[in-house]
Design a protein around this ligand. Structure first.
Ligand code: CAA
Length: 254
């Protein structure tokens, strides 16, 4: 298996498992990730996914050895990388826990997650230009939306790496965590998310995603209609009742 999957209560941890090629993302990783996570995405008992790698490397990019001899027509007919759209489309929150290198497709995989928690050792980069290509799993688009044109251009055109503290300042990373605490702190955050009602969590992340994808007016309308819709859930009744009764809520719909 190119990935290892561990379930801890309502949290599913996916560990990239190609140590000899520094977790390079080949077609097997893409397929295993999507086929494993899609059914779990629809499971109300699964509240959060964590995607992680090893201490040295989150992922060193798409698999250069798999791509090296492909022709334009090979890439075109396979619609190479299109399978990753299935990963990005998962509705359960995904946290990338990044230690070491997150390069090329590795950085793009982290950016397809809802949040990136970075170990102090994390290094991000889109060095595809050094291979004669450009990012191919959304890097030119997501990186620009997340860190802005100036830094995206700098990273994509020069291929330089960005350390964790710069990535946090730039808005790419949600938290920086000491390396030895990366997984435990990420699991704690995932458990906190998983304890909330899943429908509210799912639409909350969709609402935030909208901010990157549409106009302010459309985004606010989406938020408002979704806010209204949550009044059809038992979790809204329970959450507000529990506040008034000064007790902890018990969210059922998960
Ligand atoms: N694909 C395939 N194999 C890879 C790989 C990748 N992206 N990255 C590393 N490997 C392999 C190496 O070929 C090497 O294999 P062998 O032992 O068989 O020679 C093994 O992993 C160990 O790598 P290094 O010896 O290079 O390890 P290092 O510690 O000296 O360097 C590194 C680490 C800086 C991450 C370096 O491996 C590196 O620069 N890797 C490539 C990074 C890169 O260019 N990523 C972008 C890929 S293209 C892409 O991702 C397109 C896209 O947008 C989706």
């Amino acid at each position: 298996m190119s990935i290892l999957v561990e379930r801890k209560g309502q949290v599913v941890i996916v560990k990239l498992n190609r140590p000899k090629s520094l977790n390079a993302l080949n077609s097997d990783v893409m397929e295993e990730m999507v086929t494993t996570l899609q059914p779990l995405d629809q499971d109300p008992d699964v509240g959060c996914f964590i995607i992680t790698g090893s201490e040295k490397v989150f992922a060193a990019g798409a698999d250069i050895k798999e791509m090296a001899n492909q022709t334009y027509m090979d890439m075109f007919y396979q619609d190479y990388f299109a399978g990753w759209d299935g990963f990005a489309a998962l509705r359960t929150p995904k946290i990338a826990a990044v230690s070491g290198y997150a390069l090329g497709g590795g950085c793009e995989l982290a950016m397809m997650c809802d949040m990136i928690f970075a170990a102090e050792s994390a290094k991000f980069g889109q060095p595809e230009i050094k291979l004669g290509v450009i990012p191919g799993i959304g890097g030119s688009q997501r990186l620009t939306k997340l860190v802005g044109k100036a830094k995206a251009m700098d990273m994509i055109l020069t291929g330089r790496l960005m350390e964790a503290d710069e990535a946090e300042r730039a808005g790419l990373v949600a938290r920086i965590i000491p390396d030895d605490k990366l997984l435990s702190e990420t699991i704690a955050a995932a458990e906190a998310i998983a304890a909330y009602g899943k429908p509210a969590v799912m639409v909350a992340r969709e609402a935030v995603e909208r901010a990157l994808e549409c106009s302010l007016r459309e985004g606010i309308l989406f938020e408002r209609r979704t806010f209204h819709a949550l009044f059809a859930t038992e979790d809204q009744k329970e959450g507000m009742k529990a506040f008034i009764e000064k007790r902890k809520p018990f969210f059922k719909s998960k």
